[in-house]
Design a protein around this ligand. Sequence first.
Ligand code: GLA
Length: 709
Amino acid sequence: MITKLLSVLAMLSATCATYAKEQVVVATQNTSIVFTIGDNGRLYQSYFGKKLDNAADYALLPLGKEAYLTHGMEDYFEPALHINHSDGNTSTLLKYKSHATTRHEGYTETIIRLADPVYGDEVAMHYVAYEKENVYKTWTEISNKNKVTLEKFASSMLHFYSKKYFLTQYDGDWASEVHRHTQELLFGKKVVDSKLGARADMFTSPFFQLSFDREATENAGKVLVGTLAWSGNFRFTFEVDNIGGLRVISGINPYASQYALARGETFRTPDFIFTLSLNGTGTASRSLHDWARRYQVKDGLGDRMTLLNNWEATYFDFDQPKLLSLIGDAKKLGVDLFLLDDGWFGNKYKRYNDTQALGDWVVTADKLPDGIGGLTEEARRQGVKFGLWIEPEMVSPKSELYEKHRNWVIRYDNREEYYFRNQLVLDLGNPEVQDYVYGVVDGLMTRYPDIAYFKWDCNSPITNIYSSYQKASQSNLYIDYVKGLYRVLKRVKAKYPNLPMMLCSGGGGRTDYEALKYFVEMWPSDNTDPVERLFIQWGYSQVFPAKVQCAHVTSWNKDASLKFRVNVAMMGKLGFDINLHEMSAHDLAYCKQSVTDFNRLKPLVLEGDQYRLISPYEGNHASTMYVSKDRLRAVVFAFDVYPRYSEKLYPVVMEGLDPAATYHVKEINRADGSQGSVTAYSGNYLMTVGLPLFTGNKLCSRVYELTAR
Ligand code: GLA
């Protein structure tokens, strides 16, 4: 007994002697995160907040909570890490080993290495801090010398200590995405997660806002905005503990995903991206928009193409003459690209509806006798680009692919198949399937090098959750699917670096920042009713720039004028998905004018700073503005939705302008094609008094262009 005690004491003193009080500071321009190595050698998060003026003050901070809490030790709340060792021991204890920071143009990267002295589990916490944008990206690498199973493996754990916490989440359903809901967090756990496998979102988006002390508004309050860069199951856990502290754990959803790690293998978690704004959600959004364009989204700083899509104009009902005429329409409209949607493939089983042919990526010969080549040729002749819809991860049970490669499909051999939108998901964890999916794009590009754009869809979550490839490691299925997808997308990007693709998943199922590394833009929702879109675009704009939000003019909501529909779509990346032949000459002329206006406004809407002036959640009106980075130009959109009788109409007070500059304000994009008169105002006036932009009319919209003189 005494010998045992002595050896424990000897071990303790050895550890104590090794650790002086040392701190690791990860900082951006406005905020900092401070970690302290405790006397016991463990790593604590001592601070996350406004950067302190004197760096020396960091030494005065209380120790705080253990930064990356592990299962099996003294903490009684949700851990970030839980490892099952092969001897049956499920505990992990992490001690600080080393850290290093490297500087890059615009950001720093800090790696803190921790290790379990008993089992040799190693954890490397990565923090990339983007200085100017005040954005952080963090992930964890977990490795072990022996074979282990990861039970819980968070990307990030953050600790807060405030009087109150308010969580805003964005949830909904298909065609009803990103509805904002806020609640106060009290003792206990609130979990926001998804279990859809091949996408993050259908019911709830992989991002949140968390305000401290009081609910943040657009321009006031301390608020954390976080999002997980992962196109599969995610989980955010918010837990208020016994002393009123809040832990925020973000990562892959560990649900049914115990991950088997071979000896010496490293598990890298997805990135958790976050920003802490000290003055409201507007600043947080603009920080994320800047960061996304500069560092994350494919061709984030490049131009975007306006387009005409045939989906809502034809659905599956088209043939070659109809498409040739639509390509001509794209030219007439003045857009950059014609996009052919679902319905062009399959011969044994033809894609006449959504019940068959997914997987058979060959042109339906009797529908399109001259193939895709005939269409790209016409597009070339008309001077527009040609884009094509694909859904390469999916298979219809009625398809040649299914008949040939049933073992590539995620399905049960011993149960009846269950279908989501009449289709099944291919097993992307299987390298053979990865080659096949890559081959869909590569094959089409090789045959038809004039394809200038893909819309990559993914309409089904993973169903019938069994992989014949994974055999005994079924719980790797969810994670390996997403990793397999990224392997494919990486190969596509490497071979076709300049090929733009739109990310779609039955509407907004894949609205996450990891996928956006491979896509230039995304489809936020199948709901294109402009009133709904005011809310949907508002919701996504919390985290994603307008540049990645495709917004198409369609014939949804016949009560709304064409102008209203176009104006809503002009607040994102403009496109059309509408039958031009049903339009009057006047309406067609209006759409053409709108394309011209949008092209002129692109530097504002797609590259500028977005200010959400009046929220559609506040009542019957909405207004958003975009200001160029040099503050010389701006555009303001104002919408009256369903105003009440005799409603009070308040002026719209603008933001982001130069108070000292004089702006010429002109209404543009008017329904009758006339030019609005120009009035001059100072930036100060516009940002103090504002302009009366709202009316009492239902479904009414106006657009104002501001130019500094
Ligand atoms: C999904 C997409 C739509 C359209 C259809 C085609 O629902 O979100 O835009 O491409 O698939 O089947």
